[in-house]
Design a protein around this ligand. Structure first.
Ligand code: CA
Ligand code: CA
Ligand code: CA
Ligand code: CA
Ligand code: CA
Length: 386
């Protein structure tokens, strides 16, 4: 009898110990992954739990339609950063999403997030697509990006037959900024000229023109200017020839994107003086959604409170509203770095295009996994505006 009771107590203790150790292991893994905050999030970003509760308080909520597989990286590393959408002019349903892996290269996905290719080409931080570059007797589309391994701006040709990127860069332009960081492309339709913009962490911005001769593609520095503190997200609007620069702790700056223009900016969406809590914490990725030449929106990812702010593309660039991406079929989105959006009719499911965002804390079935990108029908975003 005693032995039986003793045995029962031992068995009970054993179960208790195994349950406790199982639980604490799970909690520790969860906490450590959540506590490894995105290294590029601003220092005064809200703490994770606070940011999550602010995210939940926004009225406009949507859910992701698709997600990519987790990116390659050390477990829990801050590796995915900035997406680029290439709209295939021959068949929009065969468009591509390119995601930067700032530890090692570029991931290439279809519009549903299925991974098609990975090229190990260095620490590409930001990337964007360009179209119709004439070189060597042909016209091609490209993905270009800021490569922190080589301190260059790299241009990769899109092979339209195989829907892949050619791994050998067509050109690598050595930048003079302190550390190549934010990046975007610009096409000047009047001059038929292609440009690359890059910024450095100290605020320097360079504009490079893509030049060709019979033997090579190369860059020519046409303008250098600066913003007062750390920028990252940049986007250009070919309709108005404008460059928008997200200065993380301050505002969105607007410049003329033209190579011969002055470099005096106007400030829009000033997070310090607008007294708008929705944009108070770290303006990060920027993208433009154009419905027409007279109507469109500038969208910013607000990394520090897990939301996205929408502004009118027309002056004075009024703030319209914000939205967040909540748990649904896929996990919600936290601490987004880069974003990209297109208004192209890609397929029946995405007649108004897609919005693509980096997810700083990707979970699969409640378990923390490596970062990834989420894909959302643009119609869902437009619903918050009309
Ligand atoms: Ca990051
Ligand atoms: Ca981008
Ligand atoms: Ca970033
Ligand atoms: Ca997530
Ligand atoms: Ca997930």
């Amino acid at each position: 009898m005693r032995i039986n009771i003793f045995g029962t107590i031992l068995l009970f203790l054993g179960i208790m110990i195994s349950c406790t150790s199982g639980n604490s292991k799970k909690i520790n893994t969860e906490e450590s992954a959540v506590n490894v905050r995105n290294k590029e999030a601003r220092e005064d970003s809200l703490k994770y739990a606070e940011a999550e509760s602010i995210r939940n308080s926004f009225k406009n909520k949507l859910t992701a339609d698709y997600e990519t597989p987790p990116v390659k990286s050390m477990e829990g590393a801050d590796a995915a950063d900035d997406p680029a959408i290439w709209v295939n002019p021959d068949d929009a349903s065969q468009s591509l999403i390119i995601g930067t892996n700032k530890k090692m290269g570029l991931h290439i996905y279809d519009i549903y997030g299925n991974e098609k290719q990975f090229i190990e080409v260095g620490k590409i931080n930001n990337a964007e697509a360009g179209y119709n570059l004439k070189y060597n007797g042909e016209k091609f589309d490209f993905i270009a990006g800021s490569n922190r391994s080589t301190h260059t701006l790299d241009v990769f040709k899109i092979n339209k037959e195989t829907l892949t990127l050619e791994k050998e860069a067509l050109c690598k332009i050595s930048s003079n900024v302190d550390d190549v960081y934010g990046f975007c492309t610009f096409y000047d339709k009047d001059k038929n000229a292609h440009y690359l913009y890059v910024n450095g962490k100290n605020g320097n911005i360079e504009q490079w023109q893509l030049m060709t001769d019979s033997t090579k593609l190369y860059g020519k520095l046409v303008r250098s200017f600066w913003v007062p503190s750390q920028p990252e997200g940049m986007v250009t609007d070919p309709v108005t020839n404008s460059l928008y620069v997200g200065v993380e702790e301050e505002a969105i700056y607007k410049f003329s994107a033209l190579a011969d223009a002055d470099t005096i900016p106007t400030k829009i969406a000033d997070s310090n003086t607008n007294n708008n809590p929705a944009i108070s914490y770290d303006i990060e990725g920027l993208t433009i959604y154009r419905e027409s030449d007279t109507k469109g929106f500038l969208i910013a990812s607000i990394q520090g409170n897990f939301s996205y702010a929408i502004f009118d593309i027309n002056e004075p660039h009024q703030y319209i509203t914000s939205f967040t991406i909540q748990d649904g079929k896929y996990d919600g989105v936290e601490e987004t770095d880069g974003i990209d959006m297109t208004s192209a009719n890609l397929c029946n499911e995405f007649p108004k295009g897609i919005f693509v965002v980096q997810d700083g804390f990707n979970k699969d079935n409640g378990i923390n996994v490596n970062q990834n990108f989420k894909i959302i029908s643009a119609e869902k975003v437009l619903n918050f505006i009309k």
